[in-house]
Design a binder for this molecule. Structure first.
Ligand code: SF4
Length: 179
């Protein structure tokens, strides 16, 4: 089954839009790592799938570029207003759920792909890095498009998607990279 043939199913699973793109067309920007370092999300240094634990920018970009093609998708969730913290948390939860559903769908036909979603890995309630213990589920751990220095605003444009989908909405992106 081609990656393109999966797009309709991905929309059925809750994505707002989805597209296939060659990895060589994905815009990477090493400078984006500084947005992780300012730690607005609170995950920096507190999750094995986030910087600095995920690896330096050269390493993660080289890893991503070892893949050939990618499925890019986005979820869009309405919130009450820009102060609606609960709504934003619900949007993140929804994105994570949709990501896992897409992952399960792709596993039917593919293996050995790189899954990237939004924010830190949420497999464990509290990441093992906090207790200075090894990752509990390395085979399940998921990193993010941000941690891999993907310029999502440019990527959205190249995939025919909007980076922002109107007032009082939250848009999250995810990617699956294939050999
Ligand atoms: S699987 Fe658990 S321990 Fe490993 S990165 Fe994810 S949250 Fe952290």
């Amino acid at each position: 089954m081609t990656l393109e043939a999966k797009l309709e199913k991905i929309l059925e699973l809750g994505a707002y839009k989805a597209a296939v793109i060659d990895v060589e067309k994905i815009p990477f920007d090493e400078g984006l790592r500084r947005f992780c370092e300012v730690n607005h999300c609170g995950h920096y240094g507190k999750n094995y799938s986030c910087p600095p634990h995920i690896g330096d920018v050269e390493t993660v970009i080289a890893e991503a570029k070892s893949y050939q093609r990618a499925i890019i998708y986005q979820t869009v969730t309405e919130i009450e207003n820009s102060y609606d913290f609960e709504g934003m948390m619900a949007a993140a939860k929804k994105h994570s759920k949709v990501s896992k559903l897409i992952d399960a769908e792709l596993q039917k036909d593919y293996s050995d792909y790189l899954m990237l979603t939004a924010g830190g890995c949420d497999v464990c309630k509290v990441c093992a890095v906090i207790d200075n213990e090894p990752c509990r589920f390395p085979e399940k751990a998921v990193s993010s498009v941000e941690a891999y220095c993907i310029d999502v605003s440019l990527l959205a444009r190249d995939c025919g998607m909007k980076y922002v989908n109107g007032p009082n909405t939250v848009t999250y992106f995810g990617a699956f990279l294939f050999k």
